[in-house]
Design a binder for this molecule. Structure first.
Ligand SMILES: NC(=O)c1ccc[n+]([C@@H]2O[C@H](COP(=O)([O-])OP(=O)(O)OC[C@H]3O[C@@H](n4cnc5c(N)ncnc54)[C@H](O)[C@@H]3O)[C@@H](O)[C@H]2O)c1
Length: 361
């Protein structure tokens, strides 16, 4: 079996999880990490024993033996330039969402990956949440018939609202609902979004960070099916990064209702009162077991690189998600539904997945 040399740029919360997962994986020969916060670099290096630990990510791009780069840096302005440089250096790329800040940047990255025969995928980790996977399977195996409408309501705490709002002025549609837009569009494939209506509320976060508190988005698909996605980041601070999600997927022959609110396990202590553990979006390591989607997503990417297979999330799909959340932001700003025009713009599924990338460079 081919073993990989992997570089990770930004080993904060998500990058730290990815680094620990890679360090424990038999797919990985060498791990190389880059992190500008020296204390965090030392902390992750101590846990993962990397071949390289540097504060300059370009050191990783200059190492010819590195097969793939995972980019988990913030702020999100770093995503496009880091992905571009990594692809130019001939590395397969796993990039945390968002794919870029502008559609033109996303297009450039997609073209670059294709022209060089490199894998390029985006971190939509909720696809690897087993409850979400069950919803997808219920559609794929025909259990609920043809899906006709769906709702995802997600709320996270203001610990995260403050963390995100403090570093970039992107909306809850772009930073949070994006996961659920991705998931629902995947479930409803090959239907495409054609109209988006969104309302935002500005009562809590505007003063501190000038970002909305929540976004409620209605997406109409080209066959008239409707998706409703709500995303808010103003729940009171709770178990480090508590996330509560509810899904209703309704089809012609049945429905799947999912409670991912994490009320099933609670811990109560004299120090912290009642908390809901195992309730963050990426998940966390619990001794010998990982609870949550990020470990499985990371291993999936490693497997794809070893086998030369297209990862589950295509960059083209991430671009379609971007069109929806950009339309949502515009709809909220202008107070009217916004149409997404695909006519003459064949920009989804424009590229077929590369057949065999195992030798391509
Ligand atoms: N899939 C999920 O569930 C999920 C959850 C949270 C965040 N995210 C996404 O993942 C990304 C990372 O989020 P996070 O919460 O881990 O952020 P974070 O701020 O905890 O970590 C980012 C790290 O990047 C480092 N960094 C910044 N510039 C760098 C540079 N030039 N070189 C090397 N390191 C650099 C920072 O010092 C920081 O430690 C975000 O873009 C976010 O959208 C995804």
């Amino acid at each position: 079996m081919k073993r990989l040399n992997i570089g990770i740029i930004g080993t904060g919360w998500c990058g730290g999880i990815r680094a620990e997962t890679c360090a424990a994986s038999p797919f990985v020969n060498e791990l190389h990490i880059a992190e500008i916060r020296e204390e965090r670099l030392r902390e992750v290096a101590q846990k993962t024993r990397p071949a390289t630990a540097t504060t300059d990510y370009r050191d990783l791009l200059a190492i010819p033996g590195i097969d793939a780069i995972m980019i988990s840096a913030t702020p999100e302005t770093t995503h496009y330039p880091m992905a571009k440089e990594s692809l130019e250096a001939g590395k397969h790329v796993f990039l945390e969402k968002p794919i870029a800040l502008q559609l033109a940047e996303a297009d450039e990255l997609i073209e670059l990956a294709h022209s060089k025969g490199l894998l390029f995928t985006i971190g939509y980790s909720q696809r690897f949440n087993p409850k979400f996977a069950y919803v997808k399977k219920s559609i794929a195996d025909g259990a609920i018939g043809h899906p006709i409408s769906a709702l995802v309501s997600r709320h996270i705490t203001r610990n995260l609202g403050h963390k995100i709002g403090g570093r970039i002025k992107l909306s809850p549609a772009a930073m949070e609902a994006t996961h659920d837009i991705d998931f629902l569009l995947w479930c409803f494939e090959p239907r495409r979004p054609v109209r988006v209506y969104c309302q935002q509320v500005n009562k809590i976060m505007q003063g501190s960070h000038n970002v909305p508190d929540c976004a409620w988005i209605v997406v109409t698909l080209d066959d008239g099916s409707v998706l409703t996605i709500g995303a808010g980041w103003v729940l009171p601070p709770a178990y480090p990064n508590f996330s509560s999600t509810w899904i209703e997927m309704v089809g012609t022959e049945g429905a799947v209702m999912v409670d991912d609110t994490h009320r099933d396990v609670y811990v109560t202590t004299m120090k912290s009162g009642i908390e809901f553990p195992i309730s963050t979006m990426p998940g966390e390591k619990l001794g010998h077991v990982y609870a949550g989607p990020m470990e499985a997503e990371t291993i999936h990417f490693l497997e794809c690189v070893v086998l030369g297979r297209q990862p589950l999330v295509t960059a083209e799909h991430a671009r379609m998600v971007m069109r929806v959340y950009q339309a949502a932001d515009r709809s909220a700003e202008e107070g009217r539904p916004v149409s997404i025009d695909w006519l003459g713009v064949p920009d989804v599924d424009r590229h077929s997945a590369p057949a065999d990338l195992s030798t391509a460079r």
